[in-house]
Design a protein around this ligand. Structure first.
Ligand code: ADP
Ligand code: MG
Length: 342
């Protein structure tokens, strides 16, 4: 075969292989876009576990008519323009890949209206060159993205989709994670026309507690130790279950770095080390932890789905987390009534 430039759709489908693993990954990318757009209310509608329809509607800043085509193109982003930007990312997105990838493996329509535009427009990309067609539409300020028939044109990926129930439970988990990352945003999740979750916005501690209980369960909420520590530009806050409230499953383990949900090895290691041998044999730690640090101290451009980060001073970060948690656990232990063992 001669060397040739891939048609746009195929190139985007290859990129989609990295970020669009299943319906839940589409939901994650789209809700993150809504958050980056400053939305304060996001509604997520799912049909058939996301295989049939994923619809995300927000009240964010919207996209102007003349930028809709760009929004669907690969390597098109409003979030970074220089290497310096990339080295101090505050937005959740920055790769300019999500919309192009998702639209190459589904039937995607993008409808949007920014505040300053009197009418809304809808965009859809089709064909091997992903040519974008625009038509007038009706929409309040904000954006709606609809991705239907996910993986209809990529049979190999479609085969890997699990049952409706399993796929939906992954979506539910993504929404939980996001709900804990932004207490100030209203989130609604519906499945097959039925409302499944509603997380109301609120910044007051009592409202935060309510959301924490809704996401993590009242048992975690009632036992969790609240923490908030700062040292040398690092801040760690959140909630930690004492060993006596260890869980049978590792189902409440949420970590965020600068508001971004993570599954980070270093963080997990630090938590495990802090608990040490305090946990009962079959018990799992439970925590919701937020690490905040200067954006220049952490590299988020490590993994296409952005599940991992790299800290410039990883030892320092690790030891800080470990020490803060250790103090919280030790303090709690001292307050426990003494049990004589001999
Ligand atoms: P990225 O998020 O990495 O920039 P995406 O492909 O996810 O790339 O989105 C491309 C661009 O489209 C974004 O940079 C943003 O300008 C715009 N966009 C996407 N979703 C929304 C939304 N819900 N509201 C406003 N603008 C959006
Ligand atoms: Mg994005």
């Amino acid at each position: 075969m001669p060397i040739q430039i891939l048609p746009a759709r195929l190139a985007n489908q290859i990129a989609a292989g990295e970020v669009v693993e299943r319906p839940a990954s589409v939901v994650k990318e789209l809700v993150e876009n809504s958050l980056d757009a400053g939305a304060t209310r996001i509604e997520v509608d799912i049909e058939k576990g996301g295989a049939k329809l994923i619809r995300i509607r927000d009240n964010g800043c919207g996209i102007g008519k003349d930028e809709l085509t760009l929004a669907l193109s690969r390597h098109a982003t409003s979030k970074v323009s220089t290497l310096e930007d990339l080295e101090q990312i505050l937005s959740l997105g920055f790769r300019g890949e999500a919309l192009a990838s998702i639209s190459s493996v589904s039937r995607l329509t993008l409808t949007s209206r920014p505040a300053e535009q009197s009418e809304a427009w809808q965009a859809m990309a089709s064909g091997r060159d992903m040519e974008v067609k625009l038509q007038p539409a009706s929409h309040p300020q904000g954006t709606t993205l609809e991705a239907s028939d996910l993986f209809f044109n990529t049979p190999a990926r479609r085969k890997f989709m699990r049952t409706e129930k399993t796929e939906f439970s992954h979506i539910d988990e993504v929404i939980r994670r996001i709900a804990l990352s932004r207490f100030d945003v209203d989130l609604v999740l519906r499945h097959n026309g039925k409302q499944v979750r509603q997380y109301r916005a609120g910044r007051l501690p009592s409202q935060q507690d309510k959301r924490l209980a809704a996401v993590c369960g009242p048992a975690f909420m009632n036992s969790a130790l609240k923490l908030d520590s700062e040292h040398h530009g690092l801040r760690l806050w959140g909630w930690l279950a004492p060993p006596s409230a260890a869980r049978a499953q590792p189902d409440v383990q949420y970590t965020y770095v600068n508001g971004r949900m993570m599954r980070d090895k270093l963080l997990n290691h630090a938590v495990r080390q802090a608990y040490g041998d305090r946990l009962p044999a079959e018990g799992h730690a439970a925590f919701v932890l937020y690490l905040e640090l200067d954006a220049r101290e952490v590299d988020v451009n490590v993994h296409p789905a952005k599940h991992e980060v790299r800290f410039h001073q990883s030892r320092l970060v690790h030891d800080f987390i470990c020490q803060v948690l250790l103090q919280v656990l030790e303090r709690q232990q001292l307050q426990q009534p003494r049990v004589d063992t001999d």
